[in-house]
Design a protein around this ligand. Structure first.
Ligand code: IPE
Ligand code: IPE
Ligand code: MG
Length: 252
C-alpha cells in the first residue's frame, strides 16, 4: 500500500502515534557507570526491547522501528560487534515464537548481505513466519543507514524507469526499505545525544522529535508513556498556521 507523504499531503494525525521510531542509545554508558563491561549494557538493552514492544501493542501503536545496529557501528571494536551479533541471534531465537503468538510482524531492515549467512537465514525464516501478523509491525534496523536507504531506493527507482532523467518524490518513496510503513509520527532518542546518526533521513521530514537523557537499559513502558504524552501536547502544523489548524478541526 502506498503511504501518504508528509511533504505532499497533510497526513491524518491521531492521539496515539501510528509509527514510533527509536534510537536505542546509551547501553555502553549505562554499563560503564555500573563498572560493568559495555556488553552488559547491550544485554540489558535487549530486555528493554520486550517492554517497549509490549507497551506499543497495548497502546495500539501500529509500527515500531528500532535502530539496533547502524552502518557505522562496524567501526567499533571487533569483540563488541561480535557480541552484538550474538545477542541479536539469541534474542531472535528466543523471542520469535512469543512475537508470533502476539501477532507481531517482524521485519529486519538494512543491508543484510554483510551478516553471517546463518543469521540471514534466521531472519528470513522469522520474517516469513510472522508475515501475516497484523497487530504490530516491528522493524529492527540492522546494518541500516539513512543514506544507504535513499541510495538503494534511487537505484531501484532509476531501474524502474529506464531512460528517465527527471524524478519525483512519489517515484522514490515506494522504493525505500520501509515503504510499507507510514512516516514516523514520533522519534525517540535515549541516552542524551541530540542527533539523528544517519537514521531514517528521508522519513523523518515531519516527525516529532523527543530526546531523553535516560539510557536505553533504563527506558521502560512508563518512559514510553511520557514520550507519547509529550507528543500529544504538540501541534503538528505541516507548514500551515495554527489558525488554519483550528479552522480545519472545526470543519471536520
Ligand atoms: C546503543 O548503545 C547500542 C548500539 C549502538 C548498538 P551504545 O553502545 O551506543 O551506548 P553508548 O552510547 O556508548 O553509551
Ligand atoms: C546510533 O547510536 C545507532 C544505534 C543506536 C544502533 P550510536 O551510539 O552508534 O551513535 P553515535 O555514533 O553516538 O552518533
Ligand atoms: Mg551510543
Amino acid at each position: 500500500m502506498m503511504q501518504p507523504s508528509s511533504t505532499k499531503d497533510v497526513p491524518e494525525v491521531s492521539a496515539v502515534p501510528r509509527h514510533i521510531a527509536i534510537i536505542m542509545d546509551g547501553n555502553g554508558r549505562w554499563a560503564t557507570r555500573r563498572f560493568l563491561p559495555r556488553v552488559a549494557g547491550h544485554a540489558k538493552g535487549v530486555e528493554r526491547v520486550r517492554d517497549v514492544v509490549e507497551a506499543c501493542v497495548e497502546r495500539g501503536v501500529e509500527f515500531l522501528t528500532l535502530f539496533a545496529f547502524s552502518s557505522e557501528n562496524w567501526r567499533r571494536p571487533a569483540e563488541e560487534v561480535s557480541v552484538l551479533m550474538r545477542l541479536f541471534m539469541t534474542a531472535l531465537e528466543r523471542e520469535i515464537t512469543k512475537m508470533h503468538v502476539n501477532s507481531i510482524r517482524l521485519k529486519v531492515v538494512g543491508d543484510l548481505s554483510r551478516f553471517d549467512p546463518k543469521l540471514q537465514q534466521m531472519i528470513a525464516n522469522a520474517e516469513r513466519r510472522t508475515a501475516n501478523n497484523t497487530r504490530l509491525t516491528l522493524n529492527i534496523c540492522a546494518n541500516y543507514g539513512g543514506r544507504w536507504d535513499v541510495m538503494q531506493a534511487v537505484g531501484k527507482m532509476v531501474a524502474a524507469h529506464p531512460g528517465a532523467t527527471d524524478f519525483s518524490e512519489e517515484q522514490l518513496a515506494p522504493h525505500l526499505a520501509m515503504a510499507y510503513a507510514p512516516e514516523p509520527d514520533l522519534f525517540i532518542r535515549t541516552g542524551g545525544e541530540q542527533r539523528i546518526s544517519n537514521f531514517m533521513l528521508w522519513q523523518l521530514a515531519y516527525t516529532e522529535m523527543y530526546f531523553t537523557e535516560t539510557y536505553w537499559p533504563d527506558f521502560t513502558g512508563a518512559s514510553l508513556a511520557e514520550a507519547i504524552l509529550s507528543y500529544q501536547q504538540r501541534e503538528r502544523r505541516f507548514g500551515r498556521t495554527s489558525a488554519q489548524l483550528v479552522e480545519s478541526k472545526k470543519a471536520s
